[in-house]
Design a protein around this ligand. Sequence first.
Ligand SMILES: [Zn+2]
Length: 287
Amino acid sequence: MPELPEVEIVKRSLKNKVNHKKIKKIIINNRNLRFKVQKNFANILEGRTVIDILRFSKYIILSFDDLSFCLIHLGMSGTIHLIDNKKNNKITNLSFYHSKILPKKHNHIKIKFPNFMIVYNDPRRFGFFKLFKNKKDLSKYFEKKGPEAISTKFNYKYIKKKLTNKDKNIKNFLLDQNFVSGIGNIYANEILFYCKISPFKLAKKISNKDIFKISKYSKQVLNLAIKYGGSSIRDFKNTKGTSGSFQNEFKVYGRENKNCTTMNCRSKISKIFLSNRSTFFCKLCQK
Ligand SMILES: [Zn+2]
């Protein structure tokens, strides 16, 4: 499943291609995504020009010339492909998770621009497209979501206020999108290792020093992952066809029974399931 860094890479790829381009035609092959694509979706968007592409957490947001918006969520398996008419219909994968080429099946939405086409593929159909008439409606959609982990709003004061007196463990807190947006399972594991905090520690027992670390390392880990082009857990590649390489930098995720990377720590990385999610940690370093 793409997390914030991978979605950011997709957003940048899309921005390179579709910014300031006008939508010519939209073909919908299957409306049954996580939420049904609205009936007049194509009519509404045809003729509109993309004026910006933004991202909040794991949502890609297309902004249009009439000040409306289209939200895209890739769900578990959504990928965006580009077919370039100018280059003999060369297909480039803007986001791919499962395949390097455009699959024959599950191409649910096609958006045609002059000279190229964007194809949304999603075998598991957990992704979705949602339209908003204006900024007010869009903001309302996000109002209950916590600040992005990489924003300055995710700071000591905010975290302290939220964690005080809470019995929930810190890992589940980091995965709660109403507390902080954009941290998925991979990065929750990594961030807690950098912080040297046990994933099982209850929120109310987190020290002030550790709160500073959570704020600091959340930003550091996610920004580093973006810099590395995301994590290619399966087949994630960017527009140039190169893989993200942050998976080579993982300290704990997927490293069960491997040596802890902390200097002078002789422990091995443990893996257990916590609330049904794989949880990787060093039992000596993370207290
Ligand atoms: Zn260790």
